[in-house]
Ligand binder design. Structure first.
Ligand code: NOJ
Length: 548
């Protein structure tokens, strides 16, 4: 893989605690994951993104870190982690880890010390106010679970800032010692061999919080500083950021006004995510066309990361109230399926009524749109969720490996599992599991393997230009294309339920023996592209041209 390896990567996101338990204690661990690397290699994954791996009180699924220089003992030790990197590397798989440095756990020794005395060397590592900030009831990320962003600490006799839960005090980015420490954390993990970081909550990391100012300024310079630092240490290391902000602001995260990409390499495309979900709900591609049109142009080297599901709720806050209502009506009609008033806490398969055709359509669409695809564990076998669990835990149930007890995830007593396995009628592990699908060429898992293989042969998808083909198209049909120096791919995705045909002879001149490389069915040869049929909820990936 080239130095810009991330533009051609297939990223697989997993949480070690729910993936595979090797020692039967009910919690997934690193040796368990190592044992499943061949599975990921066969699927075509080239990069694993690990949700937080550090020691943690685990009140926010590990996003409350108590020690940045270690792995949670439930998962193993640093030796196991080094072994994971080695074994993954042997299979051509890179590993990136979550970098959660907007805040720490309140149990982190830095915070314990900081709150204990004004003379603590860590006092100024956090954000304090002597008086109750008037804006403390603003800016909550978890409405309903969080009532304020400043809480009073009785030990320090001061208010401290926490953008997220009250047990996650924010680090003070204005303090040079904090900045240095963040760089040291990155250097440590790079030295061990990780390929980069998924940076949590980036807009909040760079916020120079002032009590009473809910719109505190942001220090983008820190991102430039951090990028330089990691690149000196490992030239092809990547920063993949979570920055769910207005599209107009996104470019600033990639680079400064000089136009080069000197900050974050890759950003999750939250807008496209919400628009894809809306398009699937309305069976109408217009929202995707809007998103493609409105996406800011990226500086060279900048890259989008696409996703349909991640470990959080699907965030619909960037949609209008009417659009959001349409999505809720279709995919999250019960209040119990919704979260924070803005999102849906379900996996994709249940949202799509476990309809295999629509699942393939959705993922073919995501993987064909510009950017690097990120896939959440379990989606490749169509796992369901458990709405009896609290909040976002609904979609964080153990991986379903087989029909054995506990889905083959663990040999522990079911009562000791980190979370219960899904057992319901439609999505229970006896029906939905890897073992059943592995050798069945018609399974969803086999389809994912084929689709990812096809993608790997089409580099223009990840790193080329992606554009909407603006021709008169029947209702429901999205036509887009990907181009780069290696060739051109044409994509037809029919979001609607009815069969359609389209005349694309206007692009036929560019074609050299066009052929279907992935489709929901056997279609007649595309010929002159003047009579292309696509079934309801069907799709066709057509190779138009290949030069390399
Ligand atoms: C964003 C993460 O995706 C989410 O899971 C977490 O709760 C917050 N950041 C706080 O770290």
């Amino acid at each position: 893989m080239s130095d810009r390896w991330y533009t051609k990567a297939v990223v697989y996101c997993l949480d070690i605690d729910t993936f595979a338990d090797s020692n039967g204690d009910g919690c997934g661990d690193i040796p368990g994951l190592i044992g499943r690397l061949d599975y990921l290699a066969r699927l075509g994954v080239t990069c694993i993104w690990l949700n937080p791996i550090h020691p943690s009180p685990d009140r926010d699924d590990g996003y409350d870190v108590a020690d940045f220089y270690n792995v949670d003992p439930r998962f193993g030790n640093l030796g196991d982690f080094a072994e994971l990197l080695h074994q993954a590397g042997n299979r051509g798989i890179k590993v990136i880890i979550d970098l959660v440095v907007n805040h720490t756990s309140d149990k982190h020794p830095w915070f314990v010390s900081a709150r204990s005395s004004p003379d603590s060397p860590y006092r100024d590592w956090y954000v304090w106010s002597e008086t109750a900030p008037p804006d403390r009831k603003q800016g909550m990320v978890f409405p309903g679970e969080q009532t304020e962003t400043w809480s009073y600490d009785r030990t320090a006799k001061l208010w401290y800032y926490h953008r997220f839960y009250d047990f996650q005090p924010d680090l003070n980015i204005k303090n040079p010692a904090v900045r240095e420490e963040i760089k040291k954390i990155c250097a440590f993990w790079l030295q061990l061999g990780v390929a980069g970081f998924r940076m949590d909550a980036v807009p909040f990391i760079i916020e120079e919080t002032d009590p009473g100012n809910p719109d505190s300024p942001k220090d983008f310079g820190f991102l430039t500083e951090l990028r330089q630092h990691i690149q000196w240490r490992k030239s092809d290391a990547v920063l993949l950021a979570e920055a769910n902000v207005e599209p107009a602001q996104l470019v600033t995260y990639f680079g400064d006004e000089g136009g080069s990409s000197n900050r974050i390499h890759m950003l999750f495309d939250f807008m496209l995510n919400a628009k894809m979900i809306l398009a699937l709900a309305r069976e109408d591609p217009e929202p995707i066309i809007d998103a493609l049109r409105d996406t800011p142009k990226l500086p060279p080297g900048g890259q989008w990361a696409t996703f349909l599901r991640n470990h959080d709720e699907i965030d619909l806050s960037r949609l209008t109230a009417e659009q959001r209502a349409d999505v809720f009506a279709k995919f999250g009609p019960d209040e119990n399926m919704q979260l924070y008033g803005r999102g849906i806490r379900r996996r994709l398969a249940p949202m799509l009524g476990n309809d295999r055709r629509r699942l393939e359509l959705a993922y073919a669409l995501q993987f064909s749109l510009r950017g690097t695809p990120v896939l959440r564990y379990g989606e490749e076998i169509g796992m369901g969720d458990d709405l009896a669990l609290e909040g976002r835990d609904a979609i964080r149930t153990p991986m379903q490996w087989s029909g054995l007890p506990n889905a083959g995830f663990s040999t522990a007593d079911p009562a000791d599992l980190v979370r219960p396995v899904v057992t319901d009628d439609g999505f229970g592990y006896e029906k939905v599991n890897v073992t059943l699908q592995r050798h069945d060429s018609s399974s969803l898992l086999s389809w994912f393997e084929r689709m990812i293989r096809t993608l790997r042969e089409a580099p223009e998808i990840g790193s080329g230009t992606c554009s909407h083909v603006d021709v008169p198209a029947p209702r429901g049909l999205l036509v887009h294309r990907a181009d780069d120096g290696t060739g051109t791919m044409l994509f037809l995705h029919n979001l609607g339920p009815d069969e359609v045909t389209v005349d694309l002879s206007s692009v036929a001149g560019e074609a050299e023996m066009p052929n279907d490389v992935l489709a929901d069915a056997e279609y007649p040869d595309p010929g002159k592209l003047d009579d292309l049929r696509v079934s309801g909820h069907g799709y066709r990936w057509i190779r138009l041209r290949r030069t390399a």
